[in-house]
Design a protein around this ligand. Structure first.
Ligand SMILES: Nc1ncnc2c1ncn2[C@@H]1O[C@H](COP(=O)(O)OP(=O)(O)O)[C@@H](O)[C@H]1O
Ligand SMILES: [Mg+2]
Length: 307
């Protein structure tokens, strides 16, 4: 995978995004989720107009013989926030890990089907998974800073990648983008583990940003955080989506409604042999998923009748 075959998107400025209240659905089949403000672009984007970063078709993921997720088709739009929601065990993390080939690191894990990344086969023979993981960063549920200084946490990736340039500037820029600089600029040499949980998570986001990724994957990034720290991360995600494509797994539906442009709802289904498989039920603009989903299972989930 080379720069020229996979140019980083550089042009265009994301449309300003402010949360817009979604009108109550007109038709009786519409679903009303009380007190949910669905975020959306000021000019509603047409799903047909989606500018794909990933195009997933017929994706199934196996752990050994067990097919954990079956037949997923979805598209991740450039500089959008895509949320993956659904009950525990339905395969959200499994699918997320396919986007940067992290499942490759799990013995016995195997993906079948196709994922195109900027029109290139992400699992193609000549694709370097290490480079994939630089371009497509990951932030986990539990903040996992290295037991090193704040500075060294950020500088680590650029150093490993042989980045030239003033490291002080690189560190400051990443921390600024992650909305952490003002809080840490006077203690940059302190151990990162001395930071609060929310700060540690923003540090992990800064660490992901420091290697100049294209996409940031987040697996329940707020579930270990208090509400104030959660709000900061959500605000940060909105800010970052001007420059990066973000995919977030969350079991917090309100969070998906607040931050994402599009939502994928997964569930687990039991087949005729009694085996559970994760399935993508519905993928659509977030405002639609939360006000007028087309599948009864989505409706049951978002209205709390299930899960
Ligand atoms: N490393 C693994 N080895 C074997 N099975 C796994 C592994 N990770 C996840 N699974 C199984 O795959 C299914 C989907 O899991 P996961 O993707 O973690 O779901 P979710 O993130 O939606 O909670 C579950 O049945 C889970 O037990
Ligand atoms: Mg998970």
């Amino acid at each position: 995978m080379t720069e020229s075959r996979n140019p980083m998107p550089t042009s265009g400025i994301a449309a300003p995004r402010t949360p817009v209240p979604v009108p109550a659905p007109a038709a009786p089949i519409g679903v009303s989720v009380p007190n949910v403000t669905v975020r959306g672009p000021e000019v509603p984007r047409n799903i047909e107009a989606l500018d794909p970063v990933f195009t997933v078709s017929g994706l199934s993921v196996f752990y050994g013989d067990y097919e954990a997720v079956r037949g997923v088709d979805m598209t991740i739009g450039n500089r959008e926030i895509t949320a993956m929601i659904g009950p525990s065990g339905c395969g959200k993390s499994t699918v997320l890990r396919c986007f940067n080939r992290m499942n490759d690191l799990i013995p016995g894990a195997r993906a079948a089907g196709k994922i195109l990344y900027h029109d290139e086969d992400l699992y193609g023979e000549h694709v370097d998974p290490i480079e994939v993981r630089r371009r497509i960063g990951m932030v986990f549920q539990k903040p996992n800073p290295f037991p090193k200084s704040i500075y060294d946490n950020i500088a680590y990736g650029p150093r490993v990648n042989g980045v030239k340039g003033r490291m002080d500037d690189i560190v400051e820029e990443a921390l600024t983008k992650a909305a952490l600089w003002d809080e840490v600029k006077d203690k940059i040499k302190q151990n990162a583990l001395s930071l609060s949980g929310g700060q540690q998570q923003r540090l992990c986001i800064a660490r992901a940003i420091a290697v100049k990724p294209d996409v940031i994957l987040m697996d329940e990034p707020c579930s270990a955080l208090d509400p104030i720290a959660t709000t900061k991360i959500e605000d940060l995600m909105q800010e970052l989506s001007r420059d990066y494509t973000i995919v977030i797994v969350t079991h917090n539906m309100q969070q998906a409604a607040r931050v994402s442009d599009r939502t994928a709802f997964f569930t687990a289904e039991v087949d005729h042999a009694g085996v559970r498989h994760g399935r993508l039920v519905e993928f659509d603009e977030t405002s639609r998923i939360f006000t007028n989903p087309s599948d009864k299972r989505t409706e049951d989930y978002i209205t709390g009748r299930f899960g």
